[in-house]
Each structure stands twice: as structure tokens, then as C-alpha cells.
Design a binder for this molecule. Structure first.
Ligand code: APR
Length: 176
């Protein structure tokens, strides 16, 4: 069975080793999936994020990097927070930074012995990354990361809306 799976739904309901949060660099919560994860995890998640060391004033997770916390009241054991690029038309390193979000999150999960992980469509909401372009980056990156890797059992791409689901499925014909 292919380890990459596409599912529609609310990522906060996934009972996996880790779910990935589309955070911002301050890691203090927000709207979208960030807001949903913080609401579902409860206030201890914010405390855990505040405990993450700042690497610059009000920056706990630079764009393209990932940080891990417990999942607290979530069904997932851990939350991996990553910060996607704001879409600026593709000439400002956005594809590379988006790829780095997925690579960094998988690397952090691997370091913590986590074998099942779910990703939302990072940067495809508030940060404006066109879904079709993002999916092409995700597919190339996951294919590279999982090619010689037997560590992960399940990597789930969670699409929230119908349009997002159609775009992800179109980008992964073998999983649809
Ligand atoms: N489950 C799964 N996917 C979700 C959920 C959810 N509960 N809620 C939203 N999404 C989807 C959106 O539909 C979008 O496709 O997650 C994708 C990412 O959208 P955003 O959450 O807006 O994330 P992003 O575009 O990366 O912007 C990040 O928004 O919420 C703030 O603090 C966050 O500043 C950061 C910025």
C-alpha cells in the first residue's frame, strides 16, 4: 500500500503520531489550521510554544524550519509546527521554502521516532500559495524524502475543502 495517503477532513481529528501545524514564526497561534490546532490542543500548547527558544526577536520557528511540541488535548501525540512561505509570485524562494517545511517536518518526526504524520496544505490559505503549485512541490519533496526511507508508515495529506481535495488528488494521480 502506498504510504502517502490523501484524506479530506479536520487535521485536529487525526489520531497519528504527529500532525503538522501551518504556524507563523512567532508560534503564538493564529487563524486557519493554527487556530484549530490550538483550540483543540488546549492552552497548554501555547505554553509549550512560548517555551520554544526565540532565535530572533519574536521568531521561534524561521520560515522553512520546524519545531515540535506535545499534542496535549489533541488525539495526535505531537504537533510539528512549521512555517510556510508567503506567496509572492515564486521569485522569492517560495518553492524551496515550502519544500523545506515538509523536509524539516519529516526529519523532526524521524528524529523523534514518529512513524505516522499528517500535513495540512501548508501556505495554501492565509499565505496565498496557489494549491496546484504547492501540490507539485509537495509531491516532488515527499517522493524524494520517502524514496530510500522505510521509517514512515503513513504520511497523510489532509485537504480541508473540496477544492483543496480535488487539487491534491490531481497532483497525486497514483493515490486517487
Ligand atoms: N484541518 C486541515 N486543514 C485546514 C484546517 C483544519 N482544521 N483549517 C484550515 N485548513 C487548511 C486551509 O484550508 C488551507 O488549505 O489549511 C491550509 C493552510 O491554510 P492556513 O491555516 O491559512 O495556513 P497558511 O496559509 O500556511 O498561513 C499561515 O495563517 O493561521 C495563520 O498563524 C498562521 O500566520 C499563520 C498563517
Amino acid at each position: 500500500m502506498n504510504r502517502i495517503q490523501i484524506q479530506q477532513g479536520d487535521i485536529t481529528t487525526f489520531a497519528l503520531d504527529a500532525i503538522v501545524n501551518a504556524a507563523n514564526e512567532a508560534m503564538l497561534g493564529g487563524s486557519g489550521v493554527d487556530g484549530a490546532i490550538h483550540r483543540a490542543a488546549g492552552p497548554r500548547l501555547l505554553d509549550a510554544c512560548l517555551a520554544v527558544a526565540e532565535v530572533a526577536p519574536n521568531v521561534r520557528c524561521p520560515t522553512g524550519e520546524a519545531r515540535i511540541t506535545a499534542g496535549f488535548d489533541l488525539q495526535a501525540r505531537f504537533v510539528i509546527h512549521t512555517v510556510g512561505p508567503v506567496w509572492q509570485g515564486s521569485q522569492h524562494g517560495e518553492p524551496e521554502l515550502l519544500a523545506s517545511c515538509y523536509r524539516s517536518s519529516l526529519q523532526l518526526a524521524r528524529e523523534h521516532g514518529l512513524r505516522t504524520i499528517a500535513f495540512p496544505a501548508i501556505s495554501c490559505g492565509t499565505y496565498g500559495y496557489p494549491v496546484e503549485k504547492a501540490v507539485a512541490v509537495v509531491r516532488k519533496t515527499l517522493t524524494q524524502c520517502l524514496a530510500d526511507d522505510a521509517h514512515f508508515e503513513r504520511v497523510v495529506l489532509v485537504a480541508f475543502g473540496d477544492e483543496s481535495l480535488a487539487a491534491v488528488q490531481a497532483g497525486f494521480p497514483s493515490q486517487s
